[in-house]
Design a binder for this molecule. Structure first.
Ligand code: SAM
Length: 329
């Protein structure tokens, strides 16, 4: 399967599924209140519902699945879920976005079950700052998860860093230098005002060009190949560097024209766009695969014109009122 093309020429081959709305960390930019997502379990999709959605997605033309959350590693049936998804004909790539805190034990079994790679959210390389950003997380756990991912062959490992003014912007060079001699992708992401406090956003938002300027000050950057149909990140590397640097700019630069994805929330709502609350409830359709496939077609048709989204980032992001924990990033 090669994916489908929407009316604006975007090839949609990728489905992000939020498999749980609970998280073991409580990052201030993601969760509005301290411990906000620890207490929410909700009525997340069951394993067989998730597998049905993936089967229909594959029949529709999706070949890449990303599992996210909340924190996907908190799902007790995650290994079985990965095993079942990897057996679905047409699915060629399964990845996971995680904070890595529980990955040390799970990386090996997940790789054995068919997981291909991981993105690890890591916003600081300093224990105190990490603890502050995550409201209680331990850096050593995430680092142990990162090493376990390498050992298990869940590569390329991508580190996601949300760029936060006066919080971690002083660490850009340290993060970027990791790519000089390590096979790692470090991706800087602009802080989006989705959920959370707009005061926090105004205080901590920083355009991605500032991160890029810090990187260029280390050594010249050369454009790097994007992963196949890699979506909205722009990739570079230091000349001779082993890893890549990714820059993701949902706010400061054209971004939606390269969108390659659809999303399913933990509640089974299919969403065409991160910047919209429009959704199709898949749960009542799960008994009939053709109805689910039709819902994917409707979502593809509903993907908005990339040139017509509101230019004000606050308005654009607030068109989505669901939390990142339910959408999955
Ligand atoms: N718990 C997992 C994790 O930490 O990666 C998966 C869920 S998290 C919602 C998925 C991604 O969304 C993470 O990389 C996180 O940094 C990103 N994210 C959350 N809130 C964001 C925001 N306001 N702006 C930009 N990225 C955000």
């Amino acid at each position: 399967m090669i994916g489908l093309v929407d009316k604006f020429g975007r090839q949609i081959s990728y489905l992000r599924i939020s498999v749980i709305d609970r998280c073991n960390l409580s990052c201030f930019y993601c969760t509005p209140a301290a411990n906000g997502c620890r207490s929410v379990m909700g009525d997340a999709l069951k394993l067989d519902e998730l597998v049905r959605i993936v089967r229909a997605a594959a029949a529709f033309g999706i070949c890449k699945i990303r599992l996210t959350g909340g924190e996907p590693l908190l799902r007790p049936d995650l290994i079985e879920l990965v095993e079942k998804i990897s057996a679905v004909p047409g699915i060629t790539d399964i990845s996971l976005t995680t904070n890595g805190a529980l990955l040390k034990k799970l990386a090996g079994p997940l790789a054995a079950a068919g997981l291909n790679r991981v993105n690890i959210s890591l916003d600081s390389l300093h224990p105190e700052a990490f603890h502050r950003i995550t409201r209680g997380g331990k850096l050593e756990d995430t680092i142990a998860g990162l090493w376990a991912a390498y050992e298990a062959g869940l590569t390329p490992v991508k580190i996601n860093v949300v760029l936060l003014k006066d919080v971690n912007d002083g660490e850009v060079s340290e993060f970027a230098r990791l790519t000089l001699d390590r096979d790692v992708d470090v991706r800087f992401i602009e802080f989006m005002p989705i959920t959370g406090d707009s005061h926090d956003w105004k205080k901590h938002y920083q355009p991605i060009d500032i991160a890029m300027a810090h990187c260029v000050a280390i050594a010249p950057l050369v454009e790097a190949e994007s992963p196949e149909n890699g979506g909205p990140a722009r990739y570079f590397r230091f000349k001779g560097g082993k890893g890549r640097l990714g820059f993701i700019s949902p706010l400061s630069r054209h971004f939606c024209g390269d969108c390659n994805r659809l999303r399913v929330t933990d509640q089974g709502k299919l969403r065409a766009c991160l910047f919209s609350d429009e959704e199709i409830d898949l749960r009542p359709l799960l008994g009939q695969e053709n109805a689910v496939i039709r819902a994917f077609s409707q979502a593809l048709a509903a993907k908005p014109d990339p040139t017509r989204l509101d230019s004000d980032p606050l308005v654009r992001c607030r068109s989505n009122t669901l939390g990142m924990v339910s959408i999955g990033g």
